[in-house]
Design a protein around this ligand. Structure first.
Ligand code: ADP
Length: 505
């Protein structure tokens, strides 16, 4: 016997004429059907119950239970089953009646094998369409269920985060928030999708920052800065943001997390206070020790003998290094606290730089280094800054250039006015130079390069970090180019007074 295809459709032929049954079996068995037969209505109904065929060919005129009755029973017990009426020409009307009673199709007797195959083919096509529709429906239901699970999973994750999360659209309107954000920032304002972030957080800098992310301003820069936020009554928060991108890479809005950093801030404050207190306490006695060691060196040095004098001088130098470390630490505290270096006024840069270079020339000469200032012929723009900050910036760079250039070297301070305005000061030396791997790190606090040439050079590793913070505070920029064994150039560009005023306006 031919093995049946798993998807074979069961077709039942109910007819009292054996020739018809066999004829149908022969015609249909070749296709995708498994053919079952029954000689009368009662047998047909029991096969129907046992085998659940999808299609029934039903003779109307049969002894015993007639076709109409069988049709009615099938419609009742197996409504999905397609019933095709087989009828002689004389009973076309009853065939029509059968159609009205729910038969799917009919075929007039006598028929050719081709004809019954055609009718069966129509029924099978119908079954395939119904099956496909059922599959699609199941698939849709499954996808919807998956989507529902996914959404509730994402919502659960958002809700379980300890941080506030808020999502804005490309116009800065809040479209999603978790309960932490709701509790901390939203107060009574409900989520409508129509309210700008400024309705929830009343902080101009933060709103500007989130607007910039929402509109994709940072997309070209690659790196999105974080933003600190002080919320009255709720402490300090660190906001980090990302663009929300479409599949095409277009910016649709921003997703922002807010982390409570109040404890960190308090700790930082305590640390700063501690460092500043200890530094102040140490500075006076250390200065006294240093001065006294200098006096001993000067006044009793000759009588001490070379060895003792060397010890006194080393002690004096080490104490001097400690004093400058304390000075740097105090400068850093002031900058970070934002209290000092913040008394800006008009500064004429040529005068300030000339005075500084003259002052530092003695130090350069003591180390066998020449120090020159190259001013341009045109007049320089007036700066608007705290002069102490400017002295610290240029002083640190020139002192470094002198320190890290061996005897016989040259340091030049070149001043120019860039096309975009402002003032550019480049401090160039032909000293030790800096390897590429150190270039990024030299601006970090306490970072010092350790190699044979620098082993005996005293420093704190704080100078350049102070310079960078001061330059940032003045909305300027600092760049460094360097080649080991050839020299370095540190370039600081600061805005002129008229540019600062224009930005503030
Ligand atoms: P410090 O000079 O106290 O060590 P800085 O922060 O001023 O600290 O500088 C960090 C490091 O960068 C220095 O230790 C030094 O090795 C290197 N450096 C700074 N300026 C120069 C320069 N002009 N030439 C070579 N190296 C430099």
């Amino acid at each position: 016997m031919k093995a049946m295809d798993e998807d074979a459709v069961k077709v039942l032929i109910i007819d009292d004429e054996e020739d018809i049954r066999e004829g149908c079996r022969r015609s249909l068995s070749r296709g995708e059907c498994e053919v079952l037969t029954a000689a009368d209505g009662a047998e047909g109904l029991s096969v129907l119950e046992a085998e659940s065929p999808r299609v029934v060919f039903l003779d109307l005129k049969m002894p015993g239970m007639d076709g109409m009755e069988v049709l009615a029973m099938i419609r009742e017990t197996a409504p999905a089953c397609l019933v095709i009426i087989m009828t002689g020409f004389a009973t076309v009307e009853s065939a029509i009646m059968a159609m009205k009673n729910g038969a799917y199709d009919f075929i007039a007797k006598p028929f050719e094998p081709e004809q019954i195959r055609l009718v069966a083919g129509r029924a099978l096509a119908h079954i395939r369409v119904v099956r496909r529709a059922e599959e699609l429906k199941r698939e849709r239901e499954r996808t919807l269920a998956d989507l529902g699970t996914e959404q509730s999973r994402v919502a659960a994750i958002l809700e379980s985060l300890p941080n506030g999360v808020v999502v804005t659209n490309a116009f800065g309107m809040v479209v999603l928030m978790n309960s932490v954000f709701q509790r901390l920032f939203a107060g009574g304002v409900p989520l409508t999708g129509q309210d700008h972030i400024s309705r929830y957080i009343d902080n101009a800098d933060f709103c500007l920052w989130i607007n910039s992310i929402s509109t994709g301003v940072f997309m070209t820069d690659g790196k999105i800065p974080s933003c600190e936020l002080q919320v009255p009554g709720n402490g300090f928060f660190l906001a980090r943001g990302q663009h929300v991108l479409s599949a095409e890479g277009e910016c649709l809005g921003a997703v922002v997390t807010l982390t409570d950093i109040t404890d960190l801030k308090t700790f930082d404050q305590m640390k700063s206070e501690f460092v500043s207190k200890v530094s102040h306490e140490l500075r006076s006695p250390l200065t006294a020790i240093c001065e006294q060691l200098s006096m001993v060196d000067e006044e009793a040095g000759d009588a001490m003998g070379e060895e003792n004098r060397g010890m006194v001088r080393r002690a004096r130098d080490k104490t001097g290094a400690l004093i400058s470390l304390i000075g740097d630490l105090l400068d850093l505290q002031r900058i970070e606290g934002g209290a000092e270096f913040s008394q800006p006024r008009e500064v004429e840069p040529a005068g300030l730089l000339s005075a500084m270079v003259d002052f530092l020339r003695a130090r350069a000469q003591a180390q066998g280094v020449s120090l020159e200032l190259a001013l341009p012929p045109e007049s320089l723009p007036i700066l608007y800054a705290d002069p102490t900050a400017l002295e610290s910036i240029y002083g640190n760079l020139i002192t470094n250039a002198i320190k890290y250039t061996g005897s016989g070297g040259h340091v030049t301070v070149t001043v120019s006015v860039p096309d975009a305005g402002g003032l550019r000061v480049a401090v160039t030396d032909d000293g030790f130079g800096i390897e590429k791997k150190h270039l990024e790190k030299i601006f970090d606090k306490f970072y010092r390069i350790k190699d044979d040439k620098r082993r005996f050079i005293v420093g704190t590793g704080l100078g350049l970090s102070i310079v960078r913070q001061l330059v940032d505070g003045l909305a300027g920029a600092i760049e460094v180019t360097s080649q080991p064994g050839v020299g370095s150039t540190f370039t600081v560009t600061l805005p002129a007074k008229n540019q600062v005023a224009a930005e503030d306006a």
